[in-house]
Design a protein around this ligand. Structure first.
Ligand SMILES: Nc1nc2c(ncn2[C@@H]2O[C@H](COP(=O)(O)OP(=O)(O)O)[C@@H](O)[C@H]2O)c(=O)[nH]1
Ligand SMILES: [Mg+2]
Length: 239
């Protein structure tokens, strides 16, 4: 099976280890445990349900030395998929993504990697300082997909890994997705945008969360009304 190297990059404490843990073990830890070992996690992911096509994701977690260029050089080598993670309650973590991106560009070359921008801790919406629009705009600028996630609540985590893997597979011609058989579309003529939106719809249906692609169907977040509903439910329960 094809092995694909995926790395999570971003400031310390934005939730990189938590995102991996939620995806791999479906667990979440409240307390912060600094990552000391350069852990690698393997997980198979289905990218084409109809043809049972799978990839093996080799997910690399940082050493907890996110700002060391020397460490990052080894860490980033031969990466296929890069997730730039920030914390929506921490402006600095968002502002620093550009520095991480420039390292990616230096070491791998932006054009050789599939990129995602991940706005984590969406459950802390009341303390949000980086707006969804800012995150989306940045993702668009650097040609990356955008995801708003909560490792704590397992929101958009499964969708994140699946969508980015499909994007990788498409860019590397590993799959030829033609979801609407009736339209008899020539896959070579499908515009990138249309193709991606179809995939997003499919992934959304499978997910337990209510997910709506935002602009151009290239980004994912929980609908605001869904968050408000949750808030109301909590308020009803508590008082
Ligand atoms: N509320 C909330 N806290 C989170 C979330 N993700 C991570 N955390 C917390 O943020 C802290 C740092 O997380 P960690 O995964 O260790 O960050 P890393 O340094 O980027 O690997 C820990 O205390 C986590 O419990 C999230 O989605 N929501
Ligand atoms: Mg960590």
């Amino acid at each position: 099976m094809k092995k694909v190297k995926l790395i999570l990059i971003g400031e310390g404490k934005v939730g990189k280890t938590s995102i991996i843990k939620q995806f791999v073990d479906e667990t979440f830890l409240e307390e912060y445990i600094q990552t000391f070992s350069n852990d690698k996690f393997l997980k198979n992911i289905e990218i084409d349900d109809k043809n049972n096509t799978e990839l093996t994701l080799e997910i690399w977690d940082t050493l907890g030395q996110e700002n060391s260029r020397v460490v990052n050089k080894i860490f980033m080598k031969n990466t296929n998929i890069g997730l730039l993670v920030y914390d929506i309650t921490n402006q600095k973590s968002f502002d620093e993504l550009d520095e991480f991106l420039s390292q990616v560009d230096e070491i791998i070359g932006k054009e050789n990697i599939v990129l995602g921008v991940v706005a984590n801790k969406s459950d802390l919406y009341e303390e949000k300082v980086v707006s969804t629009e800012e995150g989306e705009e940045y993702a668009k600028k650097i040609n990356a997909l955008f995801f708003e996630t909560s490792a704590k609540d397992n929101e958009v985590i499964q969708n994140l890994f699946k969508t980015i893997s499909i994007e990788y597979a498409k860019k590397n011609n590993l799959i030829n997705i033609n979801l609407n058989d009736n339209e008899n579309l020539d896959s070579n003529n499908i515009s990138n945008k249309k193709d991606i939106s179809n995939i997003n719809e499919e992934t959304n249906i499978e997910s337990n969360n209510i997910l709506k692609p935002l602009n151009n169907s290239q980004s994912f977040s929980i609908e605001k009304s869904e968050i408000n509903n949750k808030k109301n439910e909590e308020e009803e329960r508590c008082c």
